[in-house]
Design a protein around this ligand. Structure first.
Ligand SMILES: [Zn+2]
Ligand SMILES: [Zn+2]
Length: 62
């Protein structure tokens, strides 16, 4: 898949992520990645999982 933002500038750049908000494919130049600690309900409480998860967004949704 190609980066949508690069394609608008007539460039062909492979995408590295998909925006979690609008769903377009973006390259590393046009994406912002934040980390979150995933939480999961276990029994009556919640637990925070060990490894941080990544959330990628495009430059528009950042
Ligand atoms: Zn791009
Ligand atoms: Zn987006």
């Amino acid at each position: 898949m190609l980066c949508y933002e690069c394609a608008l500038d007539d460039r062909r750049q492979a995408s590295a992520a998909v925006c979690t908000r609008c769903g377009i494919a973006v390259c590393t130049e046009h994406s912002a990645v934040t980390t979150v600690r995933p939480r999961r309900a276990i029994g009556l409480g919640t637990t925070t999982l060990g490894s941080p998860a990544r959330l990628a967004t495009c430059t528009t949704c950042r």
